[in-house]
Design a protein around this ligand. Structure first.
Ligand code: PLP
Length: 477
């Protein structure tokens, strides 16, 4: 045997690098939590590309390479990370991910992931029970909220459309109703399904960025008149830009009266079902036919780990109904343990482990604690913004997502947009905080998502000072 291959698979090498890597990551965690490093080290895309093009590992150990990766990556474990909605992964969940990657069980069929397949049923059933889906509830884990939403809409089409599009292709125009504030992946999913621009019926949102339920009927009737067969209604829980939940209860009732599929995109905030304090935001969830929940957002697992739950689990077997003889002998049998029958993926990561380890080790209350901590942080920050004379909230937050801007009387909207754009760019390049931005109806806002449970109110004050300081400088220029 080739010596190089022996080296690649050497248990001794694995152990050596493994220990070194764990030491390196332990330092990373400590330094980040104690704010001894910056939240990131900004480079432009071209600088970053140049760095890696010129990079050469001049050592037997890859640890130097790992150090450089760390140096050039966003540090989510730093409490000044208040940017996008990606989980600050629980270290234990990440370690479990390492195990999954080394074992690399393929998951499409039971034999290629016996433990992870059984565990997937347990964690999915746990979440179905939390959602109040009853006996018939079941579902799958899949690679991201975007794919989960597409999968749910494919199921909706299979179950609700008059003709069998899966077998016969489209014969008439089919449509999906959704808020204009929904995540872009819904629009994309509808187009991927071949429904085109006509297939996405955008319902306007109100001043608080919630879908206007008073316009559901008119939107529906207008589409119908145009010959569009509506198969589904999608609610956001919450919508991504503003973090505002749609009125799911009313959406659920509407979907029921029209006999259309009701899907909840709870990629970010579906996890609130675990919180006594915040689950009221999901009122009506039990009326949903399906719901997407990203564990890699509000449930502390590394990406990607997404639940797609069905109120009637039978429906999920219809989605990709197809013969794949080499994988399973009975294509028609509803075998919970052969997950490939119900997922878009064939090979899939052993993602169930990352969630199960948290449930087993810390108990389900840990998810409630996290949701409460982070949603509370959003409220605290919003109150600080409101109390400041030169700050303005875009909307009262429902969640840990807060949109706000620097504002001075006497400045045009155009000027304020420019100032806020520059504030965010300067914050990004200064490496002290990481926040993002969004444009809402032409107004440029700074956007924060409190994902790190160690972000304190004092740090929020510091961020506000920073924003105001940069804003003032800009005005002086
Ligand atoms: C994040 C998000 C998505 C996309 O999920 P991914 O896991 O990033 O694919 C979809 N919808 C909403 C509401 C989201 O917040």
């Amino acid at each position: 045997m080739n010596n190089k291959l022996k080296e690649v698979y050497s248990p001794k090498n694995f152990q050596k690098v493994g220990y070194e890597l764990v030491d390196l990551l332990t330092n990373y965690l400590q330094n980040s939590q104690n704010q001894e490093t910056s939240v990131q080290t900004w480079k432009t895309p071209e600088e970053q590309l140049g760095f890696w093009k010129n990079y050469e590992l001049n050592s037997e150990s890859p640890i130097q390479l790992f150090e450089k990766v760390l140096e050039n990556s966003m540090r989510l474990h730093h409490p000044h990370y208040i940017g996008h909605q990606v989980a600050v992964p629980a270290p234990l969940s990440a370690l479990t991910g390492l195990m999954g990657e080394l074992l690399n069980n393929g998951m499409a069929i039971y034999e290629m992931g016996p433990a992870a397949s059984a565990i997937e049923k347990i964690v999915v059933d746990f979440m179905c029970q939390k959602a109040g889906f009853g006996e018939k509830g079941s579902g799958i884990l899949t690679s991201g909220g975007s794919l989960a939403n597409l999968t749910a809409l494919l199921t909706a089409r299979k179950v609700k459309a008059k003709n069998d599009v899966w077998e016969e292709g489209h014969q008439g125009q089919i449509g999906v109703m959704v808020s204009e504030e929904a995540h872009y992946c819904i629009d994309r999913a509808v187009r991927v399904m071949g429904l085109g621009t006509e297939g996405i019926i955008k319902v306007p949102a109100d001043d608080n960025y919630k879908i206007r339920t008073d316009l559901l009927e008119v939107s529906y009737q207008k589409a119908k008149k145009e010959g569009i067969e509506i198969i589904a209604l999608v609610g956001s829980a919450p919508s991504t830009s503003t973090g505002i939940y749609d009125d799911l209860d009313t959406l659920g009732d509407f979907a029921q009266t029209k006999n259309i599929w009701f899907h909840i995109d709870g990629a970010h905030g579906g996890a609130a079902i675990c919180s006594e304090k915040y689950k009221h935001l999901l009122k009506g969830i039990e009326k949903a036919d399906s719901i997407t929940i990203d564990a890699h957002k509000m449930m502390m697992t590394p990406a990607l780990t997404t639940f797609l739950l069905f109120r009637n689990g039978k429906n999920s077997y219809a989605t990709f109904h197809q013969k794949a003889q080499y994988l399973w002998t009975e294509a028609d049998a509803e075998e919970w343990f052969n997950y490939g029958k119900r997922t878009f993926e064939c090979t899939k990561l052993m993602m169930s482990l990352r969630f199960y380890v948290l449930l087993q080790t810390y108990g389900e209350s840990i998810f409630e604690e996290l949701v409460n901590q982070l949603y509370n942080a959003g409220r605290i920050f919003a109150d600080k913004i409101k109390a400041h004379p030169n700050m303005e909230l875009a909307v009262e937050p429902d969640t840990n997502i807060v949109c706000f801007r620097y504002k001075l009387e006497g400045f045009s909207e155009e000027k304020l947009n420019k100032i806020n754009l520059k504030i965010r760019q300067e914050i990004l390049e200064k490496n002290e905080f990481y926040i993002v931005q969004t444009n809402l109806r032409g107004t440029h806002y700074l956007r924060t998502t409190f994902m790190n449970p160690f972000t304190t109110p004092e740090m929020m004050d510091k961020l506000i000072d920073k924003v105001v300081g940069i804003g003032k400088n800009m005005i002086a220029m």
